[in-house]
Design a protein around this ligand. Structure first.
Ligand code: SDX
Length: 396
């Protein structure tokens, strides 16, 4: 019978000790994004998130993340035009989506359709800058179209084509809701995309880098990252936050809900972070976007519940460095925009594809395939025996 051994958690050859979840372990060197978790600071290529959120656009920010510098007027115009010209998706991909079950989760639909692009664009000239540019344009342009297409298809409708006269974020909201959005709504959504575009070596970006390190096609890299982002401990938390706010129901019940959840050792969705030990700076900006949305388009009392939970959590979780993260307020913005709850994480993916592509390009520039080691704690060597001599092991 297999025996779990008590083992030395240091690697025999390197002496490095096992760190669950690679907590605090540098797995790569990167110049894309820096996080100061103690002071709650976030910069993209050296530019503070607050500065970009106030002045930039998602496409300009994506360009900065991927190529390292803010684009000139001509570079930005060329990039925006290229993205605009590549928004459409082959009818074959749309027809494939029509075979997906309408009850399927949109993140599974996105992962499948993103991977399918590798069937249409199979070239892998990863040392050709033009190839990399074309891949970036294609994915940034088509991911929103695929997210919006599945939404209409699962309602039994044909997807609507992108509108070339609408900018990136306005066009996505149009394809999703079949209505041209209010300019303020489009601007706030575009800001949300900037806030979600990149965050150093989070789980889905690490997946992207590991997959990229094998030199597979970029569509497989993005599909791998989408699958990782879907998890409730990562990008999937934004959906669960809204469910929590609805379950709590009123601000008066917030403290009691927290006490019961903490006593039951349940994680509070939208709270906590491996890096931040203060309030996530993105949550600060997202909270201001919620307030701007509600001032213009009407209040949602779930915001009052959220504020009450945050206030009650201060004394209960703050001493452990557990504060709201990026997922705590984002869902309230998306709900006011009319985005269905199970599309919140696909929206996260629309933004994060910029960061994943930046890390894909950076990994290719100094690649070594990821192959970490392990600490073996399994059975010592033993000999095979015929079935009739075996006794069943107790259930694990
Ligand atoms: C994202 O990495 C990134 O950058 C991710 C992201 C990005 O932009 O890519 O920022 C996006 O994923 C945001 C996180 C969204 N997930 C959630 O909101 C789910 C709830 N959060 C937790 O699951 C947790 O905080 C994590 C997953 C975010 C971080 O987990 P860690 O760093 O592994 O921390 P842990 O689970 O080891 O917890 C350490 C302690 C534990 O208490 P003790 O056992 O030591 O007493 O903190 C507690 C945990 O119980 N804790 C929480 C908590 N998060 C941690 N307690 C209550 N509620 C929580 N949310």
């Amino acid at each position: 019978m297999a025996q779990q051994q008590n083992v030395d958690l240091r690697h025999a050859r390197t002496g490095i000790e096992l760190r669950p979840g690679l907590d605090g372990v540098p797995a790569t060197q990167s110049a894309i994004c820096d996080i100061d978790g103690e002071r709650g600071l976030l910069t993209y290529r050296g530019y503070p998130m607050e500065d970009l959120a106030a002045n930039s656009s998602f496409l300009e920010t994506a360009y900065l993340l991927i190529w390292g510098e803010l684009p000139t007027c001509d570079e930005l115009a060329r990039f925006e035009h290229a993205v605009q010209m590549h928004r459409r998706v082959s009818f074959r991909v749309r027809d494939m989506m029509k075979c997906f079950p309408a009850s399927g989760h949109p993140m599974d639909a996105l992962q499948s359709s993103a991977a399918s692009l590798g069937l249409f664009y199979s070239r892998r000239a990863i040392d050709d800058p033009q190839y990399i540019y074309d891949v970036v344009v294609r994915l940034i342009a088509k991911i929103p179209t695929m997210v919006a297409a599945f939404q209409l298809i699962r309602k039994g409708q044909d997807p609507i084509q992108p509108r070339d006269d609408l900018a990136y974020s306005a066009n996505f909201l149009y394809m999703l809701t079949e209505r041209e959005p209010d300019p303020l709504a489009a601007r706030i959504f575009d800001r949300c995309l900037m806030l979600h575009a990149e965050h150093s070596l989070n789980a889905s970006t690490f997946s992207a880098r590991v997959t990229a390190s094998t030199l597979t096609d970029p569509y497989a890299v993005v599909a791998s990252a989408v699958g990782t982002l879907a998890g409730p401990l990562h990008g999937g938390a934004n959906e669960d936050v809204l469910a929590m706010l609805e379950e709590v129901g009123t601000p008066e019940k917030a403290a009691g809900y927290l006490d019961e959840a903490i006593a039951a050792k349940r994680k509070i969705m939208g709270f906590g972070h491996r890096e931040y030990k203060v309030k996530d700076p993105r949550a600060v900006i997202l909270q201001s976007q919620v307030e701007e949305m509600f001032a213009r388009f009407g209040h949602d009392q779930l915001f009052d519940v959220a504020r009450a939970i945050e206030a009650a959590a201060e004394s209960r979780l703050g001493p452990k460095g557990i504060y709201p993260n990026v997922d705590f307020y984002s869902g309230l913005v998306y709900r006011k925009l009319g985005i269905p709850r199970d599309l919140f994480t696909p929206v996260f993916a629309i933004a994060r594809v910029a960061g994943w592509l930046a890390h894909w390009r950076e990994q290719l520039g100094a690649n070594r395939i990821f192959r970490p080691s392990q600490i073996y704690s399994g059975s010592p060597p033993r000999t095979w025996m015929p079935p009739e001599e075996r006794v069943s092991a107790p259930a694990a």
